[in-house]
Design a protein around this ligand. Structure first.
Ligand code: ACO
Length: 402
């Protein structure tokens, strides 16, 4: 048996913290979360305030630069983002190499990673100007890439971005516009989508952001780091949860089957979990879920779907779970994913695109955190340690002697 004390002697304090529940890997000035109180601040502003009064590109500016922009700063920022919305024509060829039924997240990982092959000059990550251009490119191109992944999956021609539209409206246009018919963006829907983008813009050191920082800490290309973030976000325990929520609500099917679903979620012999419930940091109502619950009502009313069966099941599920000792004792509340899928589905966005939309919005947080890390003189290459539990040193045994 290895003597662990000897192995780790001379390393200073050594902590074993699976899942990093109690270890800060960096300092940050971007986002503050008080999980017990259900508070989320970006650069000091509450998420509720931002969702109500701001728009996604303004919040992007705030997250990236630390302050809300003046009117002229905002205008210049929007111009810089819209300047970069187009993709290199070679990307059109690249996407055609994927199977039509590939998950959009898989396509996005591939295409965003490939951006580092197109913008090799951005590899000089120490240059703040180059970092800024990489930020504009990523924020601008992500909706084009996500919409392209969708259009490819349904066999429709790609729609080039329209820079006269707002960020969310342009995304809806690229998703649903077709060349033979004029497409008019519904302002209520683009506003609701813009709000969903705001709510997903950053969330401090979650799994995908930590992945981006870890990759970035090696000096890798920002496009490669963001591709890694997209990969980490894809999992059902992280960004894939809103897709899982909609599937779960579909399976439940009717309000009277909720008790059966809750019993399964509580059964420790069953791997089923109540999707959209629980959070590593929030031990209270996720403030983003509160905003989305309100948005769900507005969007569904606008679409004439006030009696949407999934929304009815979700509301009742939440009501019953919040009264239940199992969920109360473990402080399990609805998270951001609980209502977002219902809104996106009502807008006509297929479930496969839900996590892609999350990735598109979170790109702002990823790139801001990546930049902050590079500017931090204390930041080192990310290199967690381990607690070794394997065999002690032993001699090699030839294959005929084993
Ligand atoms: N349904 C049923 N029980 C749950 C749930 C759930 N959704 N979430 C946690 N629990 C239980 C666990 O079984 C555990 O019970 P125990 O103490 O009796 O063993 C206890 O609550 C604590 O759970 P952990 O897994 O230790 O909590 P952790 O902080 O590691 O996990 C997570 C957080 C992954 C989000 C978890 O709550 C979960 O799987 N939720 C469902 C998936 C989901 O909605 N993910 C989206 C998160 S938000 C985001 O990424 C944007």
């Amino acid at each position: 048996v290895i003597d662990v004390r000897k192995l780790y002697a001379g390393t200073g304090m050594f902590t074993y913290d699976p899942g990093f529940t109690s270890t800060a890997s960096c300092t940050s000035k971007i986002t503050y979360i008080d999980g017990d109180e259900g508070v989320l601040l970006h650069r000091g502003y509450t998420i509720e305030d931002l969702a109500k009064n701001s728009n996604f590109l303004e919040v992007a500016y705030l997250i990236l630069k630390g302050e809300l922009p003046s009117a002229s700063e905002y205008e210049s920022f929007v111009n810089n983002v819209t300047y970069h919305t187009m993709l290199h024509e070679q990307i059109n060829h690249l996407v055609r190499g994927f199977r039509r039924d590939a998950h959009p997240m898989a396509v996005m990982i591939g295409l965003v990673g490939a951006l580092s092959a197109f913008y090799y000059e951005d590899l000089d990550v120490e240059d703040p100007k180059k970092r800024e251009i990489a930020s504009f490119r990523l924020i601008a191109k992500m909706p084009t890439i996500a919409a392209m992944a969708y259009k490819y999956s349904v066999g429709q021609p790609f729609q080039y971005p329209r820079n006269d539209l707002g960020y969310a409206a342009n995304f809806l246009y690229m998703m649903f516009g077709i060349p033979c018919e004029p497409y008019k963006v519904n302002p209520t829907l683009s506003k609701a989508l813009d709000r969903i983008f705001i709510l997903h813009a950053d969330h401090e050191q979650n799994a995908s952001t930590s992945t981006v920082r870890l990759i970035g800490s090696t000096g890798a290309s920002p496009y490669a780091a963001i591709a890694g973030g997209i990969a980490a976000l894809w999992g059902p325990a992280h960004g894939g949860a809103n897709e899982a929520v909609v599937k779960m609500l579909e399976e439940i099917g009717s309000v009277d089957r909720i008790p059966e679903c809750l019993a399964r979620a509580k059964d420790k012999n069953d791997s089923f979990r109540l999707m959209g419930f629980g959070h590593r940091v929030y031990k209270n109502y996720d403030p983003r879920a509160g905003v989305l619950k309100e948005s769900a009502d507005q969007v569904l009313a606008e679409l004439g779907q006030k009696n949407n069966p999934k929304l009815a099941i979700a509301r009742e599920l939440e009501h019953i779970a919040l009264e239940d000792d199992y969920f109360r004792d473990r402080k399990l509340f609805p998270n951001v994913d609980f209502y977002s899928g219902i809104i996106l589905e009502a807008m006509g966005i297929p479930t496969k695109m839900f996590t892609a939309i999350f990735a598109l919005a979170r790109t702002v947080g990823w790139i801001a955190q990546w930049s902050e890390m590079i500017e931090d003189p204390e930041q080192k290459i990310g290199r967690p340690r381990q607690l070794y539990k394997g065999p002690a040193q032993r001699p090699f045994v030839a294959i005929d002697k084993r």
